[in-house]
Write a protein of this length. Structure first.
Length: 431
């Protein structure tokens, strides 16, 4: 029996809507993976003897790890504003080339202050990436897809650390930490040109999507905007109390995450007294659990269209697990390590769901800049987390005080999300 024209159009639209997952998301994933690689491989350089090679103190080494986040903080909001007005794809191209060069220079520079400037500028270059990516995804995917698409973006984080943890240790053993930084910086420069060729700011000029599918997607996204509370500009959005609380919450969350990411290899190497290769393999386990939990949380969050109820339990669990490490690391490395696996998996699990909250709370004209502001606070949290965890370890000679700091930060972050008031949508207000 022949299919009538409307049915054919519907099937064609559905087919082209599915292509978004095949064209856009792999490119987004690879790009964020490269960003995270060049951001976090510093922890392996530190574990492999960066401080000894450069003849700097452990406190200065901790500062180098943290300076990235200070640079990352500075240009988040201007980058988001540019991406909102001019489009995110060219901004991301520029960022890829810039951070690839700066990441490679980490393995070339020997002067402490030049290296400090390089790490600061690396943070500036990467500060554009997450707000621009999140804005790009709001141009391509609807509310019912947002937790999963955000999660596939953020999966670039644990997946990268997973393979980086396994590979970088062997690479450092083979060529030294300096050449490892150079080899891991070059792919970002090459990928920048592939990115510019494959990705468009929105569906309007995309060759693989026909006009009916473009119109359908545009209408869906416009309809979603109609039910959101209005915000005339960025300043008015900042007066929303929930935005302030989300900024504080993400600061605390990032203290835990980046303290964990940057200093986990050092903690494992000291606690297990293993080679840098085995340290890399042991460091990979928390991120394997993170991948599984991120996909699970995103699936159920989109299925129920609930957000905060999937965020706060994960953060509380992560904080409790870090407390477990705090109490057991002096007595049993393997018990503490098991707690670290659970903590790492749980602290990553709700990332995609968390960043689905903002576009459902504020209209698109301000959502990008608000997400950048929240992520800027996360950058400050990353700065203090990376610096203080490293500094506490240098001052006390062990990692226990750093674990306590991360645990308290994650518990408070979970508590803030638990008590956060959900923003009513216009249809709910009128009912």
């Amino acid at each position: 029996m022949p299919v009538d024209a409307p049915a054919k159009n519907t099937l064609q639209i559905q087919s082209e809507m599915r292509k978004r997952w095949l064209f856009i998301l792999p490119c987004v994933f690879v790009t964020y993976s490269l960003a995270y690689l060049d951001r976090t491989n510093y922890g392996f350089g530190a574990a492999a003897g960066l401080a000894a090679t450069l003849h700097i103190s452990n406190a200065r080494s901790a500062l180098l790890g943290a300076l990235f986040f200070l640079g990352y903080f500075l240009f988040q909001v201007p980058g988001a504003a540019y991406a909102q007005r001019k489009g995110p794809t060219r901004l991301i191209f520029f960022a890829l080339v810039s951070w690839g060069i700066l990441a490679a220079l980490t393995g070339v520079l020997w002067n402490f202050w030049l290296l400090a400037l390089d790490r600061l500028l690396l943070g500036v270059a990467e500060s554009f990436i997450l707000p621009a990516m999140l804005i790009l995804l709001t141009h391509w995917f609807t509310r019912a897809e947002r937790s999963r698409t955000n999660t596939l973006l953020f999966l670039g984080n644990p997946v990268t650390v997973l393979w980086m943890s396994a590979v970088t240790g062997y690479l450092i053993e083979a060529v030294g930490w300096q050449k490892a930084f150079i080899y891991e910086g070059v792919p970002s420069i090459l990928w920048a040109f592939i990115w510019l060729l494959l990705v468009h700011d929105g569906p309007q000029h995309t060759p693989w999507m026909g006009q009916p599918a473009r119109d359908y997607l545009s209408h869906r996204l416009e309809d979603e905007q109609q039910v959101l509370p209005s915000a005339t500009d960025f300043k008015s959005a900042l007066r929303n109390p929930s935005v302030l609380w989300l900024c504080i919450q993400y600061f605390l969350w990032s203290v835990g995450v980046y303290g964990f990411v940057l200093w986990l290899p050092t903690v494992i190497k000291q606690g297990s007294s293993r080679s840098i290769q085995i340290t890399g393999l042991l460091s990979a386990a928390p991120y394997l659990l993170a991948i599984l939990l991120m996909l699970t949380v995103a699936h159920f969050s989109d299925r129920t269209l609930q957000r905060k109820h999937f965020v706060w339990p994960c953060l509380m669990l992560s904080g409790a697990a870090l407390l477990g490490s705090y109490f057991t690391i002096a007595h049993s490395f393997w018990t503490a390590y098991g707690c670290l696996i659970l903590a790492g998996g749980a602290m990553y699990a709700p990332y995609g769901t968390f960043f689905a909250i903002i576009p459902e709370m504020l209209p698109s004209n301000v959502a990008g800049e608000v997400m950048a502001s929240i992520n800027s606070c996360g950058a400050l949290g990353g700065f203090f987390g990376a610096w203080l965890v490293g500094l506490l370890a240098a001052r006390t000679g062990n990692s226990r005080s750093g674990f306590l700091l991360m645990a308290i930060s994650l518990l408070l972050a979970g508590l803030i999300i638990l008590t956060l008031k959900e923003t009513p949508r216009k249809k709910e207000l009128s009912s």
